[in-house]
Design a protein around this ligand. Structure first.
Ligand code: HEM
Length: 185
């Protein structure tokens, strides 16, 4: 994945755990980069080993770490550096969720050969949506949950996210989320 992701993870870890602990995590993972290059692609194993070492040192589950990372990515990376692109693709949470593929396409020229996920938003009933997430990777459902809750918080919308179905395939993974707003409860 592109270094933009790694730098966001680094910022979250440094904020939550401190610079010294981050240095130990990097060293334990066998990594020496002070900064990752945002526009350089690194092997996915880099993110996975950083999460694995953090799990071993803090006892927090990988899914909890991924959830926090999703939230952090939205608040501290996406809206901090790409607000223009995000606002261009949606004035509301639902509009943005319906435009995520266009949004990732729009920035593709900055990230050659990247493999962003695809999303499909379906309205099932009033105030209830199904979001289908398809990825060439596996194991990132908790990251997406964090992204969704971070986005809902940004737009000041209360949502409840449940996983309806999760399928691992040779090509990656497909997850169906149900998103409801309080009016439907
Ligand atoms: C404008 C802000 C955003 C930028 C610049 C951005 C950029 C990226 C980049 C560079 C990757 C790594 C892909 C790779 O290296 O192969 C990525 C992955 C990803 N993005 Fe975005 N993204 C943004 C917003 C979002 C939003 C709002 C969502 C969804 C709610 C999202 C969902 C994801 C997910 C789930 C991945 C992980 C890859 C996977 O699932 O296979 N992104 N994004």
């Amino acid at each position: 994945m592109y270094g933009l992701i790694h730098n966001s993870l680094r910022d979250m870890m440094r904020t939550h755990l401190g610079d010294d602990e981050w240095a130990v995590i990097m060293q334990t993972a066998g990594l020496s980069e002070k900064d990752f290059l945002s526009l350089k692609s690194y092997d996915d194993s880099v993110v996975l080993s950083l999460l694995g070492v953090t799990h071993a040192r803090t006892g927090r589950s990988i899914d909890d770490l991924l959830y926090d990372f999703g939230w952090h990515f939205i608040k501290r990376t996406a809206f901090a550096h790409y607000a223009g692109v995000l606002n261009m693709h949606g004035e509301t949470l639902w509009e943005l969720l319906g435009n995520l593929n266009h949004m990732h396409d729009r920035i593709a020229s900055s990230f050659p050969d990247y493999r962003p996920p695809s999303f499909q938003l379906l309205t099932t009933e009033e105030n209830s949506y199904e979001l289908i997430y398809a990825s060439s990777r596996q194991g990132l459902t908790a990251f997406v949950r964090g992204l969704l809750d971070g986005l809902a918080d940004y737009y000041s919308v209360v949502i409840e996210v449940t996983v309806v179905e999760e399928t691992l395939t040779d090509q990656g993974q497909l997850t169906r989320f149900r998103l409801t707003t309080p009016e439907t409860k």
